[in-house]
Write a new protein. Structure first.
Length: 516
């Protein structure tokens, strides 16, 4: 987690402790939170913050090469990270608030990208996405009107800027939502707006890409205010369609100052495939890092721990400090090829094993991260999320250097129970009682064998699951069973029997002699 305030950057671990090397101080005034993303392709998420400059830090607090970047005077807005030119590295988009307004694009090495900056434009918070679904990326932001620019060419989009047809409302500087709210082609733009006067009133507007207000919009008034927070798009009530929720503040001085959350229900289906910018900072982590998200099937996607295959859940592994591959296969809810570039996160029970290195995207909908086994006995639960969807599949791992129970049940194999005409030389066979590295597997077997109904121990400490017998008496019924042993106890098999063939000479004396 990253927190930015008061001219310093702090990084905390999950227990609330400041990470080594942090905070970094002396960065000037900051008005917005950090953005996070691997901008240089080294597998680490860089921390991008803005004050009077754009700063970039590695997770260990060292500065990225080429930073800080100094723009024109004025506070800088929250950076947006997006690879809009397809070079494999997210670019950094930000605005300045004055006195020299401008919108900038710089690369991962801190170089200004031509033809930026866009002069005489102000952007406090913006959204990016492919609103025309043509493979290009657009920047949308509110500043009295809704403004839109092509990121590659830095030119204004057709039909922009959008304005309120009544002329009574101006658009909020909060990031607009980019999502599918109609059956029209392309992505719609939802944004809060406010009216002038001592007490502001607000509404929620939604436009198609031609600048036409959608049916059902604008909303009813927000109570005495425009927006104090950006809006969020989600399936709030789990009914499969979109809800949009916005925060507003009561600034009527004659009544208590309370804040209000407003939510509107849309009949259009909720599908991440068709949501380009869902909330302030793009995602629940407010990373500011845009990537194409897809609606993931929680039940259809899978998590697998390679060393646990065949063991079931839980699985048992030795606490030997080895590296263990944890794999995720992401499956789209709405069909199509499994996409690369998803937001994949892993968790585990604190205090038992740690992840090392980044999530490796194999580009085919599969992902891997390495888990370092502990060096002492413990248990951990492994979970994974794809695009904030927690997978139903999970794996519990019990790291143990010893057994936890007696061997599991097993059965005998050969000769079949109650077999007849068995030869005098025969091999007894039985199933394996558990399989290593499962700690309940049998360490040895004792064979009980004899002509008695309750046979005595014939051979103890066997390591194999078979035993050869020789010179058995003819015409005799033998009984046998096996006990599987480990340090936690013993597990008996069923009791079987077989009968050997009679002596052929004795049988010949018993047969009637044929007449001459």
């Amino acid at each position: 987690m990253t927190c930015v305030m008061g001219g310093a950057v702090f990084v905390f671990d999950a227990q609330g402790n400041v990470r080594p090397g942090w905070p970094v101080t002396g960065l000037g005034g900051m008005l917005v939170s950090a953005s996070l993303g691997d901008i240089d392709g080294d597998g680490l998420k860089e921390i991008i913050v803005s004050s009077d400059k754009i700063y970039c830090f590695k997770p260990d607090s060292t500065s990225c090469g080429g930073f800080p970047y100094t723009a024109d005077n004025g506070s800088l807005t929250k950076p947006i990270l997006i690879d809009y030119n397809g070079d494999g590295h997210p670019e950094i988009i930000f605005g300045t608030t004055g006195p020299h307004w401008g919108i900038y694009a710089i690369d991962y090495a801190g170089n200004l990208i031509s033809p930026y900056p866009l002069d005489k434009n102000s952007m406090l918070q913006g959204s990016v996405g492919d609103i025309y679904r043509n493979g290009n990326y657009e920047l949308i932001y509110g500043w009295l009107s809704l403004r839109g620019y092509d990121l590659m060419t830095a030119t204004q989009l057709p039909d922009f800027p959008f304005t309120d047809p009544s002329g009574l409302f101006g658009f909020s500087s909060k990031a607009p939502n980019l999502c599918d709210l109609s059956d029209d082609p392309g992505i719609e733009i939802a944004s809060g707006a406010y009216s002038g006067g001592f007490v502001y009133d607000g509404k929620l507007f939604a436009f198609n890409t031609n600048g036409q207000v959608l049916s059902g919009f604008p909303s009813s008034l927000l109570f005495h205010r425009g927006l104090t927070t950006g809006c969020a798009v989600n399936d709030l009530d789990g009914d499969g369609d979109i809800e949009i929720c916005c925060g507003s503040e009561n600034l009527e001085f004659t009544v208590p100052r309370s804040s209000t959350i407003y939510c509107w229900d849309s009949p259009h289906p909720y599908n991440l495939d068709n949501i380009d910018w869902a909330m302030d900072g793009f995602d629940l982590g407010h990373t500011g890092r845009w990537r194409r998200l897809y609606h993931i099937s929680k039940a259809g996607s899978q998590l697998a721990v390679g060393s646990c295959q065949g063991q079931g859940n839980p699985c048992y592994l030795p606490p030997n400090g080895s590296l263990i591959a944890v794999d995720v296969t992401a499956v789209r809810e709405h069909g199509g090829a499994n996409p690369s570039g998803q937001d994949v996160r892993y968790s585990r029970t604190l205090g038992c094993a740690n992840y090392e290195g980044p999530v490796v995207d194999h580009g085919d909908g599969t992902y891997t991260r390495m888990l370092r086994a502990p060096t002492a006995d413990c248990a951990t639960d492994i979970h994974a999320w794809v695009n904030e969807f927690k997978l139903a599949d999970y794996q519990q791992i019990i790291f143990t250097s010893g057994c936890v129970a007696a061997p599991p049940a097993f059965s005998l194999i050969a000769p079949p129970d109650k077999a007849e005409m068995a030869p005098p030389n025969i091999t007894l066979e039985w199933q394996t009682a558990g399989t290593a590295p499962h700690p309940d597997h049998a360490a040895s077997y004792d064979l009980y064998f004899g002509p008695e109904p309750d046979p005595p121990c014939h051979q103890g400490g066997l390591l194999q699951t078979y035993f050869d017998l020789h010179g058995l008496a003819p015409g005799t019924t033998y009984t046998w069973r096996v006990e599987a042993h480990n340090a936690c106890g013993a597990t008996p098999s069923p009791v079987w029997s077989f009968t050997t063939a009679p002596d052929p000479d004795e049988c010949r004396h018993c047969r009637p002699v044929a007449p001459p």
